[in-house]
Structure formats: C-alpha cells, structure tokens
Design a protein around this ligand. Structure first.
Ligand code: TUI
Length: 312
C-alpha cells in the first residue's frame, strides 16, 4: 500500500504522527519513523535550543526521515524555522496559522513543506504557493480545531488541489485509513492514537484517561475566543466552559488556559489540566508500541479493502 506520500517522504507506510505540543518528543517521533511511518517532533512553544536538542536525539535513535511541526502561534516561529533549516530536518508540517512566508526558504533548502489546513480556501492558497502536500484536518481531532468534519473536508480538499492530501481527525485504525483512502487521501495523520503509544513519554495519567474515554467524552473549549480546542471532559474543562458561558473575556480565558496542557501532559494533572484528545479516543483501548499500531492499521486497512473486492 505505497502511495505518493510514501514516495514524497521516503517512508514505508502512509502514516504520519501528529506533531503534538509537549507530547511529540524525540522518543515518540523516532519510534514512529523506525516503524516505517513519519515521526514528527511537536515544536509547540519550544525555544530553538530545545528543538535543536530534540532533533539531535531523534538522530541518535534512527536515521530514517522525520519531521518537525511548527506551531504558528509560538513566539519563536521565525527562529524555529531557522533551526529546522540549520539542522536539515527533512519535513516540516505547520499548524494554527498560515506558513506562506516561509515556504520558499524551506523548499530552497530541500525541506518538504506540508501545512495543516482546515478549509478548502487555505488549501488552495498554499497549493498555489507550491507546498508539497497538505494535511486536511477535521474537527474530530484533539487540540486546536477548525469547523468542518474529516468526512466533509477531505474530499473537498482532494478535488480543489492537485497535490497529495493527508487526512487527519478521527482516524485511529485500519478502517479509518481505508476510509481516508476512499475519500481520495494519499495518507493519514494520527494524533490521539500515538499519544497512547508505549514510546510516548506523556504522564501515564494522560494515557489512562484516553484509554478510559468513551465516544462522548470530549468537549470544545474556547469557541468564543476564536481559538476552539477539543479536550477530554474534566474539572478544568467544566470550569472553563462555565466561565465562558458566564461571558468571560478572551484575556481571562487565555489566563485560565495558560500552562494547562503542560500540567496534564508532563505532571499528570488530568483533573486541573487540559487533556487534549480527539473524538476517536473512545476507540483506543490499549497501549501498544508504535510499530504495533502501524502494523495493526496496515493489516486492518488491507482487510477492509480486500473485503470490498468480495462485494464487487
Ligand atoms: O495546530 C493544531 N492543533 C493544535 S496546536 C495546539 S497547541 C495549543 N496549546 C495550548 C492551547 C491551544 C493550543 C493544540 N492543537 N492543528 C493544526 C491546525 N491548524 N488545525 C487548524 C489549523 C489552522 C487554522 C488556521 C491552520 C491555518 C489557519 O490559518 C489561518 C490563517 O492565517 O489563514
């Protein structure tokens, strides 16, 4: 099941690991790349020095291709771009903003650029600027979200651009991969599923909360601030939504959210922290290694696609 994404990125399977802030460290990225997918370091709000350390560590674990996700709300965006160039990172994905001003400089240095988009309009604008592929991310995903579902967004982006499209949001097994391919995507990106990879260094409380979650256990905070974020329901999300409903302003809500992702991911404060996760959390029932996740997905997708042939 090699697709254009495998050729473009030099990977074995068309599976990318989301570059999640605080979660996607060198350990996780290296494990996914070693297993034949594309591991991605989440630069989040890291300083350029911290990122350089993570890049170096991935290379100590594997010489396979990997990526860095650049978070466009970070105060260090321009320096992070310089860091990925200096360290010759093979692939850059981007999130939470328009990477337009950096595309040519990255590509000039041989770096593949794959932005996350949540709309057809942005996908078309970035395709015109020459990006290598786009990740079309539906609002089923965890963290910062757009407003279209994966099912509606992916085929519309596929029809609007002539570069490969990677589907994200709500995908965690072989059925999701097969569905994404059916929608015209050339690959998938998984976030929540890889949070529960054995090699992922998040606090065990964070993994346990995803493993115990059901289908309706996520909620969207921050819709009123123009920065909606999907998280698991907990005392933090309830307090956030209570204040939001009471008319709290953007500044108050931003202050309430500050540092809460780190608290949940690194300190295991899954009551007072922000436990970002996608709607597919309810499907995830066990911690597996990155290689097991990828092998299980590939086998599951092959099984689905083979069964279609029986129907036709
Ligand atoms: O970036 C994400 N998901 C994220 S980032 C994040 S870090 C965070 N930490 C604390 C509080 C809040 C967030 C958690 N989750 N996904 C990629 C993504 N990017 N989804 C949607 C977009 C997007 C949105 C607007 C991409 C471009 C865009 O462009 C606007 C423009 O300038 O045209």
């Amino acid at each position: 099941m090699r697709t254009k994404i495998c050729e473009l990125l030099g990977i074995e399977y068309p599976i990318l690991q989301g570059g999640m802030a605080w979660v996607a460290t060198a350990e996780l990225a290296a494990a996914v790349s070693k297993a034949g997918g594309l591991g991605i370091i989440g630069a989040g709000n890291m300083t350029p020095q911290m990122l350089a350390g993570e890049i170096k560590r991935v290379r100590e674990y594997t010489d396979r291709p990997f990526g860095v996700n650049v978070y466009y709300l970070s105060p260090y965006v321009d320096e992070i771009i310089e860091t990925v160039i200096r360290h010759r990172v093979p692939v850059v994905t981007t999130g939470a903003g328009n990477p337009g001003r950096h595309i040519h400089r990255l590509q000039e240095k041989g770096i593949k650029v794959i932005p996350v988009v949540a709309s057809v309009a942005l996908a078309k604008r970035l395709a015109r600027l020459g990006v290598d592929a786009v990740i079309a991310e539906g609002m089923e995903c965890g963290g910062h979200i757009g407003d279209l579902t994966t099912m509606a967004l992916v085929p519309q982006v596929v029809d609007a651009v002539d570069i490969p499209v990677i589907a994200a949001g709500g995908i965690a097994d072989g059925r999701g991969l097969a569905a994404a391919l059916a929608l015209g995507a050339q690959g998938v990106q998984l976030g929540t599923r890889f949070v529960c990879a054995r090699e992922c260094t998040v606090h065990q409380n964070y993994k346990d909360m995803i493993l115990k979650a059901g289908d309706r256990d996520t909620v969207v905070t921050g819709a009123s601030t123009g920065h909606p974020v999907r998280v698991l329901k907990n005392p933090f999300s309830r307090e956030f939504l209570r204040r939001e409903a009471a008319g709290a302003g953007r500044a108050e809500l931003e202050a309430l959210g500050a540092g809460k992702l780190r608290a949940a991911v690194r300190d295991g404060d899954v009551q007072g922290g922000s436990v970002m996760a996608g709607q597919i959390a309810g499907l995830i029932r066990q911690e597996l290694s990155a290689a097991e996740i990828i092998q299980e997905m590939m086998a599951g997708a092959r099984e689905v696609i083979t069964s279609w042939k029986g129907v036709l």
